[in-house]
Design a protein around this ligand. Sequence first.
Ligand SMILES: [Zn+2]
Length: 95
Amino acid sequence: MEIIADCMSPHAGEAQEGHMQLVWREPFQVEERARVVAWTCHCRTIVYELCRAAGQSYIRRTSFGKDGQTVHETYRWSLAEAAKVWDALLKGQAR
Ligand SMILES: [Zn+2]
């Protein structure tokens, strides 16, 4: 994994062979109040955030490109399930 001195947050690891394929959907609701529990480093063009809303958890992916940002989200899970997926994402075992 690449290490940059200024980075305070983890980076999503390089995707591993045979990693779990997450389903990335259009954001469920625009004005949903979500609490961001964890996030990956903003030095990357793709930032992942572990979110909680209404007792459910999911991962939000924001891609920053020339045309602005694109947001996608996973399905809703329990916090325990989402934490497992988050862990897998950081290890490159899910995308
Ligand atoms: Zn970084």
